[in-house]
Design a protein around this ligand. Structure first.
Ligand SMILES: Nc1nc2c(ncn2[C@@H]2O[C@H](COP(=O)(O)OP(=O)(O)OP(=O)(O)O)[C@@H](O)[C@H]2O)c(=O)[nH]1
Ligand SMILES: [Mg+2]
Length: 282
């Protein structure tokens, strides 16, 4: 088993900066990937933010399995944890974040209003692991492209205040992972979503996991894509390479085939999916 142990310098710096700026903000917006509501949760964040009010934003909902997203929403409602599900590319979803902030900080806002303060400013901090869409969300809230975004982990390197409206300033922060990802399955899920660099895991491990997962949860997608019958589907990818090569230019080159599978999953060619599941005991 590979234990991913790493802590690039800028992440360590980011963690210290979060701690330093926390006292300046009223609320934390924790952005997670809707395809991995649990695995994209940084266990360090709750320790760092303590009892600061927090809203979870499940972003990239356009890529996630809508049925499972609903189950996660119910899961967090049961725990009375405010949660908003959005697709940051969908402008109409953004007001849900503002409503959730107003609801969570209702007491504070009422106090401002009761004491006649008209021009109050709410300060929020946007936190989360890399590549979940933090900067994209803030650009959309601001209505212009202020922060740099990109489909790879580690795009934002420094904290930046973004003035999103007359009453809401949000601090954009670099994505932070925890120092040691010792759960191999979590590491694979993070890599498949694009939150950690490809070079940290082998494409074959990622493809094997994806194949087994799809056979269990989304078999019809594989049957259609690779022209297979239900009885031909085997959860062991190694036994399937030959069968899927007929439709694949990379026939014979297993590493190349594995890379193609990972790419197909990430591009959404294997459909919408959610890798974390709510279990019966949750
Ligand atoms: N499909 C989809 N893509 C999104 C969504 N939100 C962001 N993206 C894309 O995801 C990629 C990462 O977005 P960023 O905003 O740079 O992510 P970040 O969390 O700021 O990343 P770091 O700064 O590296 O921590 C970009 O290619 C965005 O266009 C979404 O809701 N749906
Ligand atoms: Mg960013």
């Amino acid at each position: 088993m590979t234990v991913i142990q790493w802590y690039p310098g800028h992440m360590n710096k980011a963690k210290n900066q979060i701690q330093a700026r926390l006292k300046l903000v009223d609320i934390v917006l924790e952005i997670r990937d809707a395809r991995l509501p649990q695995s994209s949760r940084n266990p360090l964040l709750d320790q760092i933010i303590g009892n600061k009010p927090k809203i979870i934003i499940l972003n990239k909902s356009d890529l996630a399995d809508p049925k499972i997203t609903q189950q996660w929403q119910a899961y967090y409602h049961r725990r009375q944890q405010p949660i908003v599900v959005i697709d940051a590319q969908h402008q109409a979803h953004l007001p849900m974040i503002l409503t959730a902030i107003q609801e969570r900080l209702a007491t504070k806002i009422t106090k401002y209003q009761a004491s006649g303060v008209k021009n109050y400013t709410i300060r929020a901090m946007c936190l989360g692991i890399p590549n979940v869409g933090k900067s994209t969300i803030l650009n959309k809230l601001a209505g212009k492209k202020i922060a740099v975004t990109g489909n790879r982990p580690g795009v934002t390197k420094n904290q930046n205040w973004i003035h999103t409206s007359h009453y809401l300033d949000v601090l954009d922060t670099p994505g932070v992972l925890w120092p040691k990802i010792d759960d191999q399955e979590v590491a694979i899920k993070l890599a498949l979503s694009g939150a950690i660099k490809d070079s940290l895991l082998s494409s074959l491990d990622l493809a094997n996991f994806a194949w087994g997962f799809w056979v269990q949860y989304y078999p019809q997608i594989l049957e259609a894509r690779y022209h297979l019958s239900a009885t031909e589907l085997n959860p062991n990818l190694n036994l399937m390479f030959e069968k899927i090569t007929a439709t694949n230019e990379a026939a014979g080159d297993i590493d190349q085939q594995a890379r193609q599978i990972v790419q197909a999953v990430r591009q959404g060619s294997w459909g919408r999916f959610t890798l974390d599941r709510v279990t019966a005991n949750d």
